[in-house]
Design a protein around this ligand. Structure first.
Ligand code: 5GP
Length: 190
């Protein structure tokens, strides 16, 4: 998606060797008009997949998942990262290691909101090592639902997540794939 690449080049910044910051439009301030373009693009790519729900992970997946869901007319379910008294008793759980936070956390989805009839599209903002996506896939499998595919706004192609997921036979659609960001220069795959 050319507009996304241009926006990353213009508004993104590289932190250290492997973190891309796009706080200006995706991860802190949210550019709703632009996210609409992203939602429309995911809808175009997955329009014939017969999805019944979008699954994402809090917090930064929610905005893009919610906007995308409007194009499909389906609900969004987001996995929670913190235990809370008002979470249902019966939950699907998985463990996710976050390399941006350098810790493992448990993600949880109430069993009320996913079942074996569901056809799930996972949406997330970034794909790096694939741990978040694999944790969400684990939850989809626990529910006995079908995973139709994974839509990612920005994949960092120099980290192994994309390869792992595609090798596992999962359809992964990334709207921009960063090939390298050495010395702060962002280069995209074609
Ligand atoms: P993974 O689980 O694929 O290793 O990492 C994906 C998750 O980590 C995403 O949900 C995203 O929130 C976060 N993440 C990974 N890499 C980056 C990055 O370069 N920039 C930002 N803003 N978040 C990232």
């Amino acid at each position: 998606m050319e507009r996304l690449k241009e926006k990353i080049e213009k508004e993104g910044s590289v932190q250290g060797s492997n973190i891309l910051k796009v706080d200006n439009f995706l991860n802190h301030q949210v550019d709703v008009n632009f996210l609409n373009e992203i939602g429309r693009e995911f809808a175009r790519r997955f329009q014939d997949a017969g999805i019944s729900k979008i699954l994402t992970i809090e917090a930064s997946g929610i905005a893009v998942a919610a906007i995308t869901a409007q194009y499909f007319g389906v609900p969004v379910v987001f996995a929670k990262k913190t235990e809370s008294k008002n979470l249902d008793q019966t939950v699907y759980k998985s463990e996710v290691f976050s390399f941006t936070k350098d810790k493992t956390y448990t993600i949880m989805v109430s069993s009320k909101y996913l079942d074996s009839q569901d056809r799930i599209l996972i949406i997330d903002d970034f794909l790096a090592n694939g741990r978040a996506a694999l944790g969400l896939r684990d939850i989809v499998e626990q529910a006995g639902a079908d995973l139709v595919g994974i839509g990612i706004v920005i994949e960092k192609g120099f980290q192994p997540g994309g390869k792992i997921l595609r090798k596992a036979g999962i359809r992964v659609e990334s709207l921009a794939i960063v090939k390298t960001m050495a010395e702060g220069r962002i280069i995209f795959e074609e």
